[in-house]
Design a protein around this ligand. Structure first.
Ligand SMILES: C[S@@+](CC[C@H](N)C(=O)[O-])C[C@H]1O[C@@H](n2cnc3c(N)ncnc32)[C@H](O)[C@@H]1O
Length: 349
């Protein structure tokens, strides 16, 4: 997937075709404003307000505590972007896209993830610094308490869009009873897997700042002592020997450099029981950047900016799994979340 010019009438269609439109303007000025418009509308509760009942501009402003003239302009942007729809009586309502993706109560809501953009906005503002120096930010040591809260809620909200398919397609070994979710944050993937496999219990290992924010998120799921947090650093925590049937490392490897990643896979391999499965779940770049690579390349740049690493290929991870004495499985690509997948490996019996 890519961000780019989408013509809205015949003239624009011709302009796009003939490369006449000022594309960089669209990809900087418009993209910048659109991102903030969505973030701000989410934070002031505009979608929630319109989700309850259609409202006029003035009613929207009074519900959200915002300025009426500014709100009118924000609504026009959201209408043009098809997140809200205006009816003939001048009232605005949410579209199906906004209802599904942005209302807090939707099962695959990205509401909290959009709020996390406010934290990322600051990080992305430091991209030039990174490009000049090559020195990444170290987000896990720099975040404030409020930012940790937005981070954990943001990750949980993203997981909501994928957890169902993860629970269905992760090849959990028969009779599995013990799972470890390394860098598991909210624990929602473990929750989904435990719901599907009634004999399974899980520990969610994460940093102390993460666990203090993620504990209430996990508690909401009501799985009690079947899914519990454990505080520790994934790079040094004692994982034990032959303890787990299933170890999940989801969206964590991209934060570590090669030596750290290989060491973690080796320790995970040691902590698996014979026949156990290591699941490395992440975003994987497409094989060709030319064909379908913009989102993947942006994500790779984001990970490089925010930590030590970037996205890894299936082949790279499989080689590291093999090096740790595991038998890599064929890569798995998710349908419900383009770019997301698993590189799994089994421990020989
Ligand atoms: C991008 S989030 C992914 C969360 C979750 N696994 C998911 O896929 O939604 C990365 C998580 O790894 C945690 N993390 C980062 N470095 C860690 C470390 N050294 N040890 C343990 N957890 C770590 C972060 O606190 C965060 O909760």
């Amino acid at each position: 997937m890519r961000i780019g010019p989408i013509a809205e009438n015949l003239l624009e269609f011709a302009a796009v075709l003939l490369r006449l439109g000022p594309r960089p303007l669209l990809e900087t000025h418009s993209a910048l404003l659109l991102a903030q418009a969505l973030m701000v509308a989410t934070r002031v509760g505009l979608f929630e307000a319109l989700g309850e009942s259609p409202l006029t501009v003035s009613q929207t402003a009074s519900r959200c505590g915002t300025d009426e003239r500014a709100t009118a302009r924000l609504l026009r942007v959201l209408e043009a972007t098809r997140y809200v729809r205006a009816s003939n009586d001048g009232r605005y309502a949410v579209t199906a896209d906004a209802r599904g993706w942005l209302l807090e109560g939707s099962p695959h809501s990205l509401h909290d993830n959009v709020l996390f953009r406010f934290v990322e906005w600051e990080w992305v503002g430091r991209l030039e610094e990174f490009v000049l120096s090559g020195r990444p930010l170290d987000i896990h040591t720099e975040m404030t308490g409020d930012q940790w809260a937005l981070y954990q809620r943001g990750m949980r909200s993203l997981a909501g869009a994928l957890a169902r398919e993860v629970a269905l397609r992760t090849p959990v070994p028969r009779g599995a009873s013990a799972m470890l979710d390394i860098g598991g944050s909210h624990g929602f993937f473990a929750v989904a897997l435990c719901r599907r496999h009634p004999g399974l219990r899980a520990q969610i290992l994460d940093l102390p700042e993460a666990v203090s924010q993620a504990a209430p998120i996990l508690a909401r799921e009501g799985l009690g002592d079947r899914v519990v947090h454990r505080v520790g650093d994934a790079r040094t925590a004692e994982l034990g020997i032959g303890t787990y049937d299933l170890i999940l490392i989801s969206n964590l490897i991209h934060h570590f450099d090669e030596a750290e990643s290989r060491a973690m896979i080796r320790r995970a391999a040691g902590a698996l029981r014979p026949g156990g499965l290591l699941v490395i779940q992440d975003f994987f770049p497409p094989s060709s950047t030319r064909r379908a690579g913009q989102t993947a390349a942006l994500l790779d740049l984001y990970f490089a900016l925010t930590s030590e690493s970037g996205t890894r290929s299936f082949e790279e991870l499989a080689a590291w799994e093999k090096g740790a004495g595991l038998a890599p499985r064929r890569p798995l690509r998710f349908l419900t979340f383009p770019g997301a997948g698993q590189q799994n490996a089994a421990k020989p019996r």
